[in-house]
Design a protein around this ligand. Structure first.
Ligand SMILES: [Zn+2]
Ligand SMILES: [Zn+2]
Length: 433
């Protein structure tokens, strides 16, 4: 028994709490925008070595995933400190019963203000919401996933998944059974559904195009955006007027395409003030076609009008309710509440349409496996659908979620008869300002 515990601790330390550069337990863990964490010193040495090859460079490729990372103005110490990793390391090391990481015991972690707060582990506190389905698994075989980067729900009731590891789009039912999948020669990122029911897929390294259009059964229809090869597109959403909104993570800006998928304008540039973005990975729109962007590197969500004017922004780096640590996927429900995959905090948070924190529907996703984080999310008919990514882990989970339980009461939601049909009626909740 003792031997087994030792193995588990070793496994945790090797795969979850070890730096991929020095292969040792983290020392001063710093988290990058790609969600990988390294020792501050390892990162400093690695950066120096990389930058010596290219004079004047301000970016370096992540040692693990090779994604280009912008160096903060004050150097690698400007990357956020990964408190959770640091606390877990302490908890595992000082624990006299090492296998409690997988038991009912509750570990505690030190938050950024120094107070201890409980961190639940497997089976101790399950994610608060009922998970009604889990499907997909990590692997190289057909119907297995490598790295789920995009997720959306087609009006016919299918879940459409973009896998940027295998460059495959998979269409599946809510029962988890894959209907079909098709691959793309370029790098697939995210997927959205056009008003005609076709799939719009963001792609990079594809003769310059940044958008590919396919039918639901995988026939290629067209490609768009040939001139914008340098954008490195990531997130995509289609507005009520069939315009496409795409985020570009190289130039840190948001591109708007008209209904014929011609680019009309863009907004944003790299930086950390309110006008700026840093790794705006994911985008969605609310019922008013406001663009909601996960400004991941700035640990906040920004809500802009289609013309680029900022309406408001919310969130800042941290782990308390309402704070974020590299937010990824964003989606809205039929009340325009905003859901955020708060990846490095291992949770999904719910905010009002004005950005007020309401609830945490999904938390402690590391209980599912080593470093398992929520990445992309979608909402459909009282269900939150989340893709989870970890060390050799890829899964989709469906949670029953009734937004009315947590939504702020809004008098405008009640019609003259005092009732509100959340499914059929979409007109009433346009009334808010
Ligand atoms: Zn290291
Ligand atoms: Zn990385």
């Amino acid at each position: 028994m003792h031997h087994r515990r030792q193995n588990i601790v070793q496994q945790i330390e090797e795969t979850f709490l070890s730096c991929a550069v020095c292969l040792q337990p983290y020392d001063q863990p710093r988290a990058l925008q790609c969600l990988h964490t390294f020792c501050e010193k390892c990162l400093g040495d690695y950066c120096k070595q990389q930058l010596s090859r290219h004079e004047g460079a301000t970016m370096f490729p992540c040692p693990v995933c090779r994604q280009d990372i912008t160096i903060p103005p004050n150097g690698v110490s400007g990357f956020p400190y990964n408190h959770l990793i640091a606390s877990l390391k302490d908890a595992v090391r000082t624990n006299d019963r090492p296998d409690s990481f997988h038991s009912n015991r509750v570990l505690s972690a030190t938050s950024e203000r120094g107070e201890r707060r409980p961190i639940s582990t497997r089976a101790s506190v399950r994610p608060s919401t009922k998970c009604s389905a889990r499907f997909g698994k990590f692997g190289e075989k057909e119907a297995e996933f490598s790295n789920i980067s995009g997720l959306t729900v087609h009006p016919v009731g299918d879940i459409v998944v973009a896998d940027c590891g295998k460059n495959v789009i998979t269409v599946m039912g809510f029962n988890g059974i894959s209907k079909h999948s098709f691959s793309c020669k370029c790098c697939i990122r995210d997927v959205a559904i056009s008003k005609f029911g076709t799939l719009l897929v963001t792609v990079s390294q594809s003769d310059g195009a940044i958008l590919h259009e396919y039918t639901l059964d995988g026939r290629f229809v067209a490609q768009y955006g040939d001139k914008y090869a340098q954008e490195n597109p990531f997130g995509i959403v289609v507005t009520s007027r069939n315009k496409a909104v795409v985020s570009g993570i190289t130039k840190n800006r948001i591109l708007i395409f008209n209904e014929r998928k011609k680019q009309t304008h863009w907004f944003g540039e790299a930086g950390d003030t309110l006008e700026h973005f840093l790794f705006p990975y994911y985008v969605t729109v609310n019922s008013r076609d406001d663009v909601i962007i996960s400004d991941s590197g700035n640990h906040r969500i920004k809500v802009n009008k289609m013309d680029g004017k900022l309406k408001f922004s919310f969130g800042s780096q941290g782990s308390k309710d309402g704070r974020m640590f590299y937010p990824m996927g964003v989606c809205v429900d039929y009340l325009d509440n905003i859901y955020v995959a708060d990846a490095n905090n291992y949770r999904v948070q719910m905010f009002s349409h004005k950005g007020k924190y309401l609830a945490t529907p999904i938390k402690n996703t590391f209980a599912y496996g080593m470093d398992v984080k929520p990445i992309s999310i979608a909402f459909s008919q009282d269900q939150l659908i989340v893709s989870l990514r970890g060390a050799r882990f890829a899964e989709i989970q469906v949670f029953e979620w009734d937004p009315f339980i947590y939504a702020e009461p809004r008098s405008s939601l009640l019609g003259c008869c005092g009732s509100y049909n959340k499914v059929a009626d979409s007109g009433l909740y346009h009334a808010w300002s």
